[in-house]
Design a protein. Structure first.
Length: 336
């Protein structure tokens, strides 16, 4: 457990012994992510001053238009992780395939792979709405010394050794877990140091906020429609408040602090949902569970899903325990 206003560097050193397979590599990896986040944060904060906003003219593997900051953030995180020779492979939402990384001696001795969404919610950047970075860390499954394979990335979320996000908002925060609770660190931009500002973050068991794009209501499954009617009904502490930013990091961050549920279900147009299992849902599910929350696809635990492909999508229900369980109840009882 850290001390409030402790620096992120001090926290990592003090808690290194509790990391799985402690050898210092995971600590260096978290430090690399911290460094890359500061660089990206600098660009995000001057987005209105330089030609870094708007579309880059390309589309990513999902067919989505890439924003200039998407490309920049992706390059910076890959560059930082590669230069420090800590990981043996990286998979990004912005790349078609995973990247194999070898050391200076052309070896493949590093033990960790990183999966990331380098700039979640980037379509909001032009209108000055909070965006973020999501990351997930696994130990490789293949033999150390050989190049990574897809097997190293297609692991269920319950095999994660660390996960987190950076939110670039009114203040910049790095929130992460290594399986021993969730802690949030706020960047002091004057000196470039992260300080522990939110120790032992926990989802309230109940909440009063539901986050969903209600513009897609006509295409939602019946169980989701029924749950939304429940949220809006006058009864006790209901109706709940609707709050939806359209940036997963921002919606999740608000809900972990205030209590709430985030839902991105499958729709008639997107049968498998929209969010990516490996880059978004698994890391957020790990954080949610470590903070006393729940994450599911509406029926089953997100972190037990066996991935079949790098860019796999899944429906996502995540947040305060009682709210998610109530939503699952409506999903289960809805007519086919």
């Amino acid at each position: 457990m850290g001390r409030k206003n402790q620096t992120l560097g001090e926290f990592i050193i003090e808690n290194q012994s509790s990391f799985p397979y402690s050898s210092g590599e995971l600590s260096r990896l978290i430090n690399s992510i911290r460094l890359a986040a500061k660089v990206v944060n600098h660009e995000v904060n001057k987005a209105g001053l330089v030609d870094i906003t708007g579309a880059a003219g390309d589309t990513n593997v999902q067919g989505e238009e890439q924003q200039k900051l998407d490309v920049y953030a992706n390059e910076k995180f890959i560059q930082t992780l590669t230069n420090r020779e800590i990981v043996c492979g990286i998979a990004s939402e912005e790349n078609d395939d995973y990247i194999t990384i070898q050391g200076q001696n052309n070896d493949h001795k590093n033990k960790y792979v990183v999966l990331m969404d380098p700039l979640d919610g980037s379509s909001n950047i032009d209108v000055n709405v909070s965006v973020g970075t999501i990351f997930s860390i696994y130990r490789r499954k293949t033999e150390v010394g050989k190049p990574v394979t897809q097997e190293d990335f297609l692991q269920p979320g319950n095999q994660q050794v660390a996960a987190g996000y950076i939110i670039y908002g009114t203040s910049t925060m790095l929130v992460y877990t290594t399986g021993h609770g969730v802690n949030g660190f706020t960047l002091n931009p004057a000196i470039g140091t992260y300080y522990l500002s939110h120790p032992n973050m926990r989802f309230p068991k109940d909440g009063k906020i539901y986050s969903i794009n209600e513009g897609n209501y006509a295409h939602f499954p019946q169980g989701v429609k029924d749950y939304l009617k429940y949220c809006q009904a006058e009864d006790g502490d209901r109706p709940y408040t609707s709050r939806y930013i359209g940036s997963l990091v921002s919606d999740f961050h608000r809900n972990i602090i205030k209590g709430g549920i985030y839902i991105y279900p499958k729709t008639a147009k997107s049968e498998n949902g929209k969010l990516r299992l490996l880059y978004e849902c698994n890391p957020m599910a790990f954080l949610a569970e470590q903070a006393g929350g729940v994450a599911s696809d509406g029926f089953n635990r997100i972190m037990d899903i066996e991935p079949k492909e790098l860019h796999q999508r899944t429906p996502f229900f995540c947040g305060s325990e009682n709210m998610v369980k109530k939503a699952e109840e409506f999903m289960k009882n809805a007519p086919e």
